[in-house]
Design a protein around this ligand. Sequence first.
Ligand SMILES: CC(C)(COP(=O)(O)OP(=O)(O)OC[C@H]1O[C@@H](n2cnc3c(N)ncnc32)[C@H](O)[C@@H]1OP(=O)(O)O)[C@@H](O)C(=O)NCCC(=O)NCCS
Length: 171
Amino acid sequence: MKTILYEHLERPIYNSDLLDRLDPKKFITRYCLNLSPSNPGPGLKVRPLKTSDYETERFSTMELCPNSYYITVIEDTIINKVIGTGTLIVEQKFIHNCAVRGRIEDIVISDEYRGRQLGKLLIATLTLLGEELKCYKVSLECKDSMVPYYTSLGFRNEAGNSNYLQIRFPL
Ligand SMILES: CC(C)(COP(=O)(O)OP(=O)(O)OC[C@H]1O[C@@H](n2cnc3c(N)ncnc32)[C@H](O)[C@@H]1OP(=O)(O)O)[C@@H](O)C(=O)NCCC(=O)NCCS
């Protein structure tokens, strides 16, 4: 009997076909961006995080939660380096007829690549991914100073529903 070993194969954290399904026109009309996942700029590539980027036990744990972790990176393919990352987490609910909602987390662009609209490209990509995955809403938390940035990308403080409370625990 032939045993097939999959362990050596590169594994993305989600199916990259999903990115191909995003309509490039929406990046222009909704976000006034000339960039899109299929056209992020010379030498750059937008793709799911994959095992060779960050193969850890945590990666494997996330893989075991299908349709949940959409960690998306921008790679500089000239130097084979990840230069930006952002995550859409999709939560499965019982409410709203077993709906799903999205949360955007961990948006970072490397210092040398900032100011090229790559942060906006990532956030637009993750938001449209949330829409494609039929999330009824996508939310995020941010520093006060970043509110104008996210407002420019369509996120809104809702009247009577704009508090964010937390308790921190020492690790
Ligand atoms: C925030 C961050 C992702 C922006 O990435 P970027 O690719 O440089 O941003 P873009 O090129 O898409 O957008 C540039 C715009 O964002 C604004 N901006 C960038 N960082 C900002 C900050 N910390 N506070 C307020 N505005 C900011 C710029 O002033 C610029 O405004 P303009 O379009 O009016 O000129 C990047 O600065 C970063 O990685 N910061 C550290 C991590 C972080 O703070 N993440 C967000 C957590 S909520």
